[in-house]
Each structure stands twice: as structure tokens, then as C-alpha cells.
Design a protein around this ligand. Sequence first.
Ligand SMILES: O=C([C@H](O)CO)[C@H](O)[C@H](O)COP(=O)(O)O
Length: 207
Amino acid sequence: MKLQVAMDVITLDAALTLAAQVAPHVDIIELGTPLIKAEGLRAVTAIKKAHPDKLVFADLKTMDAGELEADIAFTAGADYVTVLGTAGDSTIIGAVKAATAHGKGIVVDLIGVSDKVTRAREVTAMGAVFVEMHAGLDEQAEPGFTFQTLLDDGEASKVPFSVAGGVNLTSIKGVQRAGATVAVAGGAIYGAADPAAAAEELRAAII
Ligand SMILES: O=C([C@H](O)CO)[C@H](O)[C@H](O)COP(=O)(O)O
């Protein structure tokens, strides 16, 4: 299982600092949606330039203009770009077309999708490299939220999946047991007093 850091910081300087701290311990470096909205795709270019040996994940959460948005993110240096599972099939198919042209991958984020298992299978058939079983920051704060549902849906889907939204030192072993391809950790790393140590501990937990 790969480890992905989700950088939900909002300046490029903070992202470059965080990426330098954690890069030795992670496989994939994600630029979170707030960071891309604040700094633009130049942040993707800067992170890829600083870490050419890492997979760079641009969390665009595209909902329309799939081919165009994915194309500009791949051109900026992304290896993975996210499209929302709630988008229409034509948006996902367009984004996959751009990924194929660049030799890169589309990840479909299932945030807000009620039947994640069915949609996971549909978008994988359309060419997504993996789906993201994701509970966003707001959903995690809602009463009754259960992390286990993400793992159950991933396991039931029988397609390659990542898990995002509440991955930490306590939950990451369950993510691995569920068969995830990637564990995504945001707050557990960038919110730690020592992000490098936090990333190193997460890595050690899944080896
Ligand atoms: O994708 C995310 C969210 O939509 C804001 O961009 C987060 O990166 C993801 O949910 C990670 O969550 P935590 O690990 O719980 O910080």
C-alpha cells in the first residue's frame, strides 16, 4: 500500500516546506483543493520540480470540462488528477482521455456519492486508475460519521481504491487490511508538531 500526504495548506511556501519534510516517507504528494485554489496550478509545477521522483497528485475535484481541466493539470506536472464521482460520465471519460494522452492517471473522488460501491465500479470501467473512498473534512465533523463505512465500501467495490478522510496512526492498519491501494493522510501529518516524524510513523505502521 502506498502512502499519500494530502497537503491542505494554503500557501506554496508552506507546501514546499511540508513536502520537503515528508517526502522521504511518502510515495504520493497531494496538493489539496484549497492549496490549488489559493495558489493555482503553478504550485503543482513547483512541487513536481522540487520532487521529480515523487508522484504528484492534483486534487482538482473536477465537476465539468473534464478533458480541459485534466489536460492543464497534467501539463503543469501532475501525475494524478481527481474528478468527482458525482460528475457526469462524459466528464470522467473526457478526463481519462486527457490522462491517456499524457500517460498519467485519473482518480475519481467519491466524496458525496451515496452508493460508492456502484459508482466505483462504473468509473473504473471508464478508465479511472483508482477511486478514492473519501469523507471530506466537513463530513468527518458531522454527527454519526463512521470511518469504517469507507473501508467496507472499498472492500466491497472489488476495484482499486484509496481511503481519505480520517487516516491516522490508529486507523491506517485497517485501511491496509481492507485492501486499499493508497492511504491518504492529511491532518495526521500536516497537523502534527513534527510532520516528518508523523509521516515516518505512518509509513512504519504499514510496512
Ligand atoms: O481531500 C480532502 C479535503 O477534501 C480537503 O481538500 C482532504 O485532503 C482529505 O479529506 C484528507 O483528510 P484528513 O486526512 O482527514 O485531513
